[in-house]
Design a binder for this molecule. Structure first.
Ligand SMILES: [Zn+2]
Ligand SMILES: [Zn+2]
Length: 132
């Protein structure tokens, strides 16, 4: 029998940090795999699910929250690391020069969005694929 909305909410709110982290790690792995396969449809589906998951559950864990400055510093640091991984090229097509750093998961005031696994260096053309 499907859970009623209230019961679902209760379950989600009672999620512990370690359960949350475990779920998030699975999402990160799925995203990496879908990226490797270059399957945009599956990738976007996982991204939407992950976005919902973080949106519903992430905010209760204060350790994931940051001030705007801390958020920016973390972003800059991880963007540079991601650029090193990308080695100057677009991570989707591998050909063109990658100049944009894209957040796979919609931006919010959670350090999680700046996880290096959720950032990608993209050329302008490929960047559009993720904003349409
Ligand atoms: Zn590209
Ligand atoms: Zn973007």
């Amino acid at each position: 029998m499907p859970l009623k909305d209230e019961e679902t909410k209760e379950l989600l709110i009672s999620m512990t940090l370690s359960e949350f982290t475990e779920h998030f790690e699975s999402f990160a792995t799925f995203i990496e795999e879908a990226w490797e396969q270059k399957d945009l449809e599956i990738l976007l589906a996982i991204i939407f699910d992950c976005e919902d998951f973080i949106h519903i559950n992430g905010h209760q864990f204060k350790c994931y929250s940051q001030t705007a400055k801390e958020w920016k510093d973390e972003y800059r640091k991880n963007r540079e690391k991601r650029r090193e991984i990308a080695n100057g090229t677009c991570e989707w097509c591998g050909r063109k020069k990658g100049t944009h750093c894209h957040h796979l998961i919609r931006r919010g005031r959670l350090v999680l969005y700046n996880d290096i696994r959720l950032l990608r260096i993209l050329c302008s053309k490929c960047h559009q694929l993720f904003h349409s």
